[in-house]
Design a protein around this ligand. Sequence first.
Ligand code: HEM
Length: 170
Amino acid sequence: MALLAALPFHLPDGVFPRAGVAYVHYLSFMVCFGALVLERRLIGPNPSRENATLMVITDIVYGIAALALLGSGILRVLAYGQGSSFYTENPLFWWKVGLYLSVGALSLYPTITYILWAIPLRKGELPQVSEALAARLGWILNIELAGFALIPLLATLMARGVGLPGTAIT
Ligand code: HEM
């Protein structure tokens, strides 16, 4: 703190918690995206033991990062952003939340599939994955990736007040 006071410039109050929550938001977004890309690369019919195990672990990491993304997003709305009404009054914010929840709902199908893989894997057996199931999971992952690519666009517009009724763009 004494070090901060000695700085030759003034930092606004609470800048570090705000930056920290924003950092968690961006980091968890990157981890989610990276996990989805990895799952997309790994998915295929009758995976090897290594690939199936890696898919299960990647999905767990994805789930934790998705929760951190949600938690940091909520914190930014409630305490570390531009005031909750700045967001809740903007339809773009609700589109963003809706898109996030839709992607989350979509990811239930792959997640349940991987949880079921854990049963044969623990017995030392390989999960049976047909061409059709692999193709279906691949498409779901494609849609999730597209959703994750679109959400930051809504976020950057929303953060600048686009969509707010009667507010000029800054
Ligand atoms: C329900 C979930 C979410 C909530 C409640 C939420 C909330 C927020 C809030 C309040 C901000 C601050 C905007 C500002 O600076 O004023 C923000 C920024 C941002 N969010 Fe989210 N978010 C969520 C999910 C996501 C997801 C899933 C992604 C990415 C896929 C994402 C990407 C971003 C980005 C890139 C920004 C920075 C925008 C900018 O400053 O230009 N958010 N979010």
